[in-house]
Design a protein around this ligand. Structure first.
Ligand code: ADP
Ligand code: MG
Length: 728
C-alpha cells in the first residue's frame, strides 16, 4: 500500500519537528521576582487593604477566626483594582466538584451605567457568594434538579490569583461549593471541616503539655506528583489515550524499564524546557515547586512542591495539574496523570507527605534528637498509628478508583493492604514503649565511605522502604497509595479525621487522669503501651510486595480490599457514618451521595473504556489484521500457482487466522457483555462492570496484543509502546 498510516505519519512528523524551547528568559526574569507575582497574597493584602481589614482577614486565615462579612467590600474592591492593573477582565469562583477536577464560570467586571457607559465593579457580595447554575455536576442524589441551587462560598484561606491568557486574564477566587441545604457538593468543604476537627483535638493535647501560645494546628501536605510526557503526535493517533487516558492495547516492548536506565537519568532537553516553563508559571501562581527528576518508567517524571497547609496544598495540586496539561501542548507533548497509562510499566502515584504543625511553626511529628524522651512527639505519633490501625479500610477506599485499581497491588505500587513502615529507629522506640518507658534512641552515626577526600556524611537512623503504603519518613508520614490523577482532598479528609478521632481519645484519657491528680508523664506511660498493643498489627517493616506479606497480613487480620468494588461499601458502613457524623465532616446523606458518585464514576469509566476497546478492535486492529491475512493468502496462492510448496507462508497464514478468530470471538464476547443490562442500583452495576466487562475487555486486548507481534509493521495502525515510550 502506498499510503502511510497515521502511526507512520506520527513518527515522521516527530522526526522532523522543531520545537521552540527557549520560551523563557530566566536572566531577565529572576526566579525570586516571579514567585507569587500573580497572587493576592499577604504582602499585597498588607499593601492594598485598610489596616483593620488586613488584620481581620489575617486572623481568619492564620487562626481560623470566623470571617467578618463587613470586611468583604473592602477586600473585593482591593482585589478588583489589583486584578484590573494586571489586565484582568473577568473573575471566577473556582470550585472542586466531586468529579475530582476544578470548575469555573467567568463573569465580567463590567456593569453598564444609566448613561450608556460601563464601569468595573466587584462587590463584597460577589466575592463571598456565587451561584453558578452548575446543576449538571454529580451530586449523588443531594441535589434533585428541581431544587438545584448550589452556592460557591469564598475560601479566604486560599489566596485569589490571576490566571493569564494571551487575550485577557481572569481573577480566580477559590471557593467551597455547597447546596441550598448547606451540604457539601465538593471536595474542599469536607477537607476544611476535617482540618478544623483535627486542630481542635490537637490543641487539647498541646494544652496538656502546657502549650498556651498555639491557636491552631494545621495539617501540612507535600504531594509528590508523578506523570508521563508523550509526544502529541502519538497521542492523537491513539483514541484510547485521548478518551481514556490510558492505553487499552499494546504488546510489551522489547525494552521496558528493566535496565533501570531512566530513573534519575539525565532529563531530555525538550522535557527539561517544558519543566522550566511549568515551574515558572507555577511560581507566578505562588506554588512552591522544588524538585524535578526522571522516574522509573521510560518517559515518566516527577515534580514535588514544598509542603503547605493541606487546603492550600490541595488547591495548588489541582492548579499544578492544570498548568502541566496546558503547558505540555506548547512543547508538542501531552501530560498524562493516569494511574496506569501503560500496562506492565510503572504507573503514576501521588505520594502524600503529611504532618501536623502549629500556627507558631512547630512540626508535631518532628522527633527531635532523642525521640525516646520526647513525650509530645510520641503521643502524636502513636495517635497516627492508632488511627491507621483502626481505620485502614477508610484509607483504602479514599484512594479507590477504576484507574488506581490497575496500579495498587501491582508490583511497583503499594499493595492494597494498608500497613505502616516506621523505620529502625522509631520501631525500636515503639517496641520499648510497648514495654513501658523507652530509655534510648538508636542513632545513625557516620557513614564509612572509604574515600578520604569525601566529607563524612551523617547516617540516617533508618533506611527507606519503598514498598510500604504508609511510611514514616523522618518528620512526616507518607501515604503512597494516592493515585496520580486523583484530587488529594479525599485522602487527606480521611487522614485528618481518623487522626483527630485518635487525638480525641488520647486527650480524653489523659485529661481524665490529670484531673484525677495523676502526673501527665505517668498517665502517658500508662496509656500508650495499651494503644500500641492494640495497634501494632498494622506495623510492618518488610517487603510489602512479597507473597509472604499477603499471607502474613491475612494472618494478622488486616483487610485486603483488592478492587474499588470491594472497597466501596466501606463508605456507607455503620462505623464510617458514626465517625464522620460525630465530627461533622460528612453527614450520612453526604456519605451516601459520595458512595453513589463513586459507584457511578467507576461504571462510567469502565464503560467508556469498554466501548473504546470494541471500537478500536473493530475499526483499527481487525482491519489491519485482515489485510495482513490477505497478503499472506496471496503469497500462499502465488506459491501454489507457481507450483511451489507454500510451507512457511502457510504456517504464518494459519497462525494469523487463528489469532484473528480469537480476536473476533473476544469482540463478540465484549459486545455481549455491553448489551446486557445489570439489574439493581449503582453498586450492582459497578460489580457487573468489574466481573463481566473488565474480563471481556482483557480478552480482546490479549488477542490484539498477540496480533501486534505478527502483523506486518507497515500495516499496524497504532503507535506501539516501543515508540511512544522511547521516541522523545
Ligand atoms: P523525601 O526524600 O523523604 O521524600 P523530601 O524532603 O524530598 O523528602 O520531601 C518530600 C515531600 O515531603 C516534599 O514535598 C516536602 O515538602 C514534603 N514534606 C517535608 N516536610 C513535610 C511536612 N512536615 N509536612 C508535609 N510534607 C512535608
Ligand atoms: Mg518521598
Amino acid at each position: 500500500m502506498s499510503n502511510i498510516n497515521v502511526r507512520q505519519q506520527a513518527i515522521s512528523t516527530i522526526a522532523n519537528a522543531k520545537h521552540k524551547l527557549d520560551r523563557i528568559n530566566f536572566r531577565g526574569n529572576q526566579l525570586k521576582d516571579l514567585f507569587g507575582k500573580n497572587v493576592f497574597n499577604e504582602a499585597v493584602q498588607r499593601e492594598m487593604l485598610p489596616k483593620p481589614v488586613f488584620r481581620a482577614l489575617q486572623k481568619t486565615i492564620k487562626q481560623g477566626a470566623p470571617l467578618d462579612p463587613a470586611i468583604a467590600d473592602a477586600v473585593a474592591n482591593a482585589m478588583k483594582d489589583w486584578a484590573l492593573e494586571r489586565g484582568a477582565t473577568h473573575f471566577t469562583h473556582l470550585f472542586q466538584p466531586m468529579t475530582g477536577l476544578t470548575a469555573e464560570k467567568h463573569d465580567s467586571f463590567l456593569s453598564p451605567t444609566s448613561e450608556g457607559r460601563a464601569i468595573a465593579e466587584f462587590s463584597g457580595k460577589e466575592l463571598i457568594k456565587g451561584e453558578p447554575d452548575a446543576s449538571s455536576f454529580p451530586s449523588g442524589g443531594i441535589r434533585a434538579t428541581f431544587e438545584a441551587r448550589g452556592y460557591t462560598a469564598w475560601d479566604p484561606t486560599s489566596p485569589a490569583y490571576i490566571l493569564e491568557n494571551p487575550n485577557g486574564s481572569t481573577l480566580v477566587i477559590p471557593t467551597a461549593f455547597v447546596s441550598w441545604t448547606g451540604e457539601a457538593l465538593d471536595k474542599k468543604t469536607p477537607l476544611l471541616r476535617s482540618m478544623e476537627v483535627l486542630s481542635t483535638q490537637a490543641l487539647r493535647i498541646l494544652r496538656l503539655f502546657g502549650n498556651k501560645e498555639a491557636k491552631k494546628v494545621f495539617t501540612t501536605v507535600g504531594p509528590e506528583q508523578e506523570y508521563f510526557l508523550i509526544d502529541k503526535n502519538f497521542v492523537y493517533a491513539r483514541p484510547d489515550l485521548i478518551n481514556a487516558g490510558r492505553t487499552l492495547f499494546g504488546a510489551p516492548p522489547p525494552k521496558g524499564q528493566e535496565l533501570e536506565d531512566q530513573y534519575f537519568g539525565a532529563i531530555p532537553e525538550r522535557v527539561l524546557a517544558y519543566m522550566a516553563e511549568v515551574e515558572a508559571e507555577l511560581f507566578k501562581l505562588g506554588v512552591p515547586v522544588k524538585t524535578r527528576h526522571n522516574e522509573v518508567a521510560p518517559s515518566q517524571y516527577e515534580i514535588a512542591p514544598i509542603f503547605e497547609d493541606s487546603n492550600l496544598a490541595t488547591d495548588h495540586n489541582q492548579l499544578l495539574m492544570e498548568v502541566m496539561r496546558k503547558t505540555a501542548d506548547k512543547y508538542g507533548l501531552v501530560c498524562l496523570f493516569h494511574e496506569k497509562p501503560f500496562a506492565r510499566i510503572n504507573g503514576s502515584g501521588k505520594h502524600n507527605n503529611w504532618s501536623m504543625s502549629t500556627d507558631t511553626g512547630e512540626n508535631l511529628l518532628n522527633p527531635g534528637d532523642t525521640p525516646h524522651d520526647n513525650a509530645q512527639f510520641l503521643v502524636f505519633c502513636v495517635a497516627v498509628i492508632r488511627a491507621v490501625a483502626k481505620y485502614p479500610e477508610l484509607l483504602r477506599v479514599s484512594v479507590a478508583s477504576a484507574a488506581n485499581d490497575h496500579r495498587l497491588g501491582a508490583n511497583e505500587a503499594p499493595p492494597a493492604i494498608i500497613s505502616i513502615f516506621l523505620g529502625d529507629q522509631l520501631q525500636d522506640i515503639i517496641d520499648q514503649l510497648e514495654q513501658g518507658q523507652p530509655k534510648s534512641t538508636k542513632h545513625g552515626g557516620f557513614m564509612e565511605i572509604g574515600v578520604s577526600v569525601l566529607p563524612k556524611l551523617p547516617k540516617d537512623a533508618g533506611d527507606r522502604n519503598r514498598t510500604s503504603p504508609f511510611a514514616f519518613t523522618g518528620n512526616k508520614f507518607e501515604f503512597r497509595a494516592v493515585g496520580g490523577s486523583q484530587s488529594i482532598a479525599g485522602p487527606n479528609t480521611v487522614l485528618n479525621t481518623i487522626v483527630a478521632e485518635s487525638l480525641d481519645y488520647i486527650a480524653t484519657e489523659l485529661e481524665k487522669a490529670v484531673k484525677g491528680g495523676k502526673d501527665l508523664n505517668k498517665a502517658i506511660q500508662e496509656l500508650l503501651p495499651s494503644i500500641i498493643k492494640e495497634s501494632k498489627k498494622v506495623l510492618f517493616n518488610g517487603d510489602g510486595y512479597s507473597e509472604e506479606w499477603h499471607k502474613e497480613a491475612e494472618r494478622r487480620g488486616l483487610p485486603n480490599l483488592r478492587t474499588t468494588v470491594d472497597a466501596l461499601p466501606i463508605v456507607i458502613q455503620k462505623s464510617t457514618i458514626e465517625l464522620f457524623s460525630k465530627y461533622k465532616v460528612y453527614s450520612e446523606r453526604e456519605l451516601q451521595s459520595r458512595f453513589n458518585i463513586l459507584c457511578e464514576h467507576y461504571v462510567k469509566t469502565v464503560m467508556v473504556e469498554a466501548k473504546l476497546t470494541a471500537m478500536m478492535a473493530k475499526t483499527m486492529i481487525l482491519p489491519a489484521s485482515l489485510r495482513h491475512e490477505g497478503e499472506l493468502a496471496n503469497v500462499v496462492a502465488n506459491l501454489k500457482a507457481a507450483g511451489v510448496e507454500p510451507g512457511a507462508a502457510l504456517t504464518e497464514l494459519q497462525t494469523c487466522m487463528a489469532l484473528v478468530k480469537d480476536l473476533q470471538s473476544a469482540i463478540a464476547g465484549l459486545d455481549k457483555s455491553l448489551e446486557h443490562h445489570a439489574e439493581g442500583g449503582p453498586y450492582d452495576h459497578a460489580k457487573y462492570a468489574r466481573d463481566h466487562i473488565l474480563p471481556a475487555m482483557e480478552a480482546v486486548r490479549s488477542a490484539a496484543d498477540k496480533l501486534e507481534t505478527v502483523v506486518a509493521d507497515d500495516l499496524w495502525p497504532l503507535p506501539t509502546y516501543r515508540e511512544m515510550l522511547f521516541i522523545k
